[in-house]
Every structure is written in structure tokens, then in C-alpha cells.
Design a binder for this molecule. Structure first.
Ligand SMILES: [Fe+2]
Length: 224
């Protein structure tokens, strides 16, 4: 098996008070670990066992008969991105390359934050909000259920879990309070910068498209 067991990049209590220890313990052990174990049970002993996680996701998404496995694999990937999209004492405006790209695309951190919150609030039901690198610029997208932008050719830079299990213990049904806590206290822009640095040279060299006055950010909902 080429896929490592999921791991948290910090202690379960390190994101308090923005996200409680209980939330992270339940989320990690009863959601991501369950998806990982079920994924392993399906691929064990098959040729799929040799694939890296991202390739397993792309291969199974193309075959409707393998969509149960696709959903488990995508949830393993999505949650690992999500853990790394947060850090203790995170939040605020992006530094470095991500900050330059945010200003080029959205004009300011405040406008980016408003559009990210709006996209997360408008997403119906369970799913994910993402900041992705697409065709030389940043985009805010959401996906439903286990959907991942990886299969659409986007490079995810930040992930935010919008399933209620991600925030109900701390914020009950107030998704907007959870999204605000993510942006103001948790978001890990250093991780987004590390993802940008890993882009292929051909993608990295592209110039971010400047925002045209009056243009609104597209918020795209992808199918699961
Ligand atoms: Fe989750």
C-alpha cells in the first residue's frame, strides 16, 4: 500500500478555542480514519493497491462502479488538506506569494474573505469550500459531499470542511461563525504557499490574471 495512514499535523487541543479538542478527535478518528479503513478494505489485494492516493482518486472517479471507493479515497485526501489548512495562531491576511495572488485576484484580503464566506454560506448541504489554483489564477469553489477539485484539474491550496460534523459541537448550526473562525484564527497560509511552490514550473510561471473593475468572483459548485 502506497498510501500512508492519516496523521494530524498538530495536537488535538492545539486549535482551541477556535476548534475544540473534542471536535478534532471525533472528526479525525470517526470520519477520516473510518474512510481510510474502508478504502483499505476495498483496495487490499487488488491492483489499485499500488496507486498513490491522488491517482487512486482520479482513476476511481472516472468509473461509476468504483464511486464508493472514490468517495472514501477523496475524503481521506480532503481531510488531510483540511488539517494542514489550519494551524495554531493562524488566520488573517496571506503573506508571501499567496498574499500577492489574493490581492491580484480579489483586490484585498477583506474582499477575498467576504467572497469565501459567501461561497461557504451559499453551499447547500454537506461538502467543502476550497481555494484552488486554476489556469494561472486563484478561484474559490465548493464541492458537494466527498467531491474534490483534484479531479477537475484544479490544484487545491486550502480546504475547509463544510460538513456539520466539522463544526456542530463548537458552533451548532452556525456555519458562518465557523467559517469566520477559520479565516480569522486558523487558516494556514504557509501551507497554501507551500502548495503554490510545488506547482509545476509551467503553471507557476503563469501570471495571475488581474481583477477587472466590477468583475465578480466566480463561485463554482462541482458535482461530487
Ligand atoms: Fe469531515
Amino acid at each position: 500500500m502506497k498510501i500512508d495512514s492519516p496523521a494530524m499535523p498538530y495536537n488535538f487541543s492545539d486549535l482551541e478555542p477556535a476548534l475544540s479538542r473534542d471536535t478534532l478527535v471525533f472528526h479525525f478518528l470517526r470520519h477520516q480514519r473510518v474512510c481510510f479503513d474502508r478504502m483499505l478494505a476495498i483496495v487490499r489485494g487488488t491492483e489499485l493497491e499500488a496507486l498513490p492516493l491522488e491517482e487512486l482518486i482520479r482513476v476511481t472517479e472516472r468509473n461509476p462502479a468504483q464511486h464508493t471507493l472514490y468517495r472514501y479515497a477523496a475524503e481521506v485526501f480532503n481531510h488531510s488538506l483540511y488539517w494542514n489548512s489550519m494551524r495554531p495562531r493562524g488566520g488573517g491576511a496571506a503573506p508571501g506569494a499567496a498574499g500577492e495572488l489574493v490581492r491580484a485576484r480579489y483586490g484585498s484580503h477583506e474582499r477575498f474573505a467576504r467572497e469565501f464566506k459567501d461561497a461557504a454560506a451559499a453551499h447547500f448541504g454537506s461538502g467543502w469550500a476550497w481555494l484552488v489554483w486554476r489556469a494561472g489564477t486563484l478561484e474559490i469553489v465548493t464541492t458537494s459531499n466527498a467531491g474534490t477539485p483534484l479531479v477537475r484539474g484544479d490544484q487545491p491550496l486550502l480546504a475547509l470542511d463544510l460538513w456539520e460534523h466539522a463544526y456542530y459541537l463548537d458552533h451548532q448550526n452556525r456555519r458562518s461563525a465557523y467559517v469566520s473562525a477559520f479565516l480569522e484564527e486558523l487558516v494556514n497560509w504557509e501551507f497554501a504557499n507551500s502548495r503554490l511552490a510545488e506547482l509545476p514550473a509551467s503553471a507557476e510561471a503563469r501570471v495571475a490574471r488581474p481583477r477587472v473593475a466590477g468583475e465578480s468572483t466566480r463561485s463554482v459548485m462541482l458535482r461530487p
